[in-house]
Design a protein around this ligand. Sequence first.
Ligand code: OKP
Ligand code: ZN
Length: 320
Amino acid sequence: MKFVSQLNEDYIPTLEIDKGKIVKNPETPERLKKVLKYFETFHERLEVKNYPLNLLFHVHPKWYVQHIKELSEKSKDNEYLPEVFLKDRIFDSGTPVTFQTYNAALSAVNATLTGAEEIVKTKENVYVITRPPGHHATTDFAGGYCFFNNAAIASTFLYSQIKEKICILDIDFHHGNGTQSIFYENPEIVYISIHGTPEHYFPWISGYKDEIGEGKGKGTNFNFPLSGKSSWNEYSIAFEKALDIITKISPAILVVSLGYDTHIDDPIGDFKLESRDFFQIGYEIKNLKIPTLFIQEGGYNKESNFEAASNLFKNFEKEV
Ligand code: OKP
Ligand code: ZN
């Protein structure tokens, strides 16, 4: 398989408010460097192309994109933390803006679209190794380190090109409230997520089982909230159910919102998946036999990110 990377090494948020305290922001380029190095050794790289902003506007309104640009420009001298959430259009206190935020978020979208265009052309699997992540960004709110919703923009583009069903499987530890909300009334782009229960974990406001979609999209949104204590025993049950849904829908393309923060050694996610469990994840996604676009979301421990990625893709790519 091929990969495309855009780590935006000049984009380094440093602050986050967690439980009222200023803590170090974990969403840094460091976290993905070892994963990228591993891929560079064994895989063909796609060069990032630039795409018209129009593709972004299919998900986020122009005013919101312009607003993120202006927030970035205003953060030249200091990192900006949202003051009034409804005005700043950032829903949480963990998502600061730096002078590089707009460029980085836009570059991540371009990297993701590069992967999406490739999969349309070749039907071959692609892994987009990028940051900032996207799955918490709604049409017009940033949050959870996310500004533009990479997976949603890619899925919208993919659907516009092939006019067949797309499934998004979100296996980041956190519920992708943004992606869910963007496609909540859309039956063509199905969202399926396994995550730490919003009763106890970010983003708190969504990710419950009874959120099944609305209008034409009713019955095309699937949430599997799990206890933070979950290890492969519990996780695999939800994972099997998610795969059954995908098999039934039989989408033309599968988009995986790929977070490694389900690993036991991740400092933020609470699940107890071991490195070896990612072999199983890779094996089972491969067995779906659907062209798959993997898009990087979370994962905050450089070493466990590497272990998870290398195991997952080793089995995903294994010849049978
Ligand atoms: C982004 B992604 C809890 C602080 C929560 C936000 C977490 C965003 C996760 N200690 N901060 O889905 O990995
Ligand atoms: Zn996460």
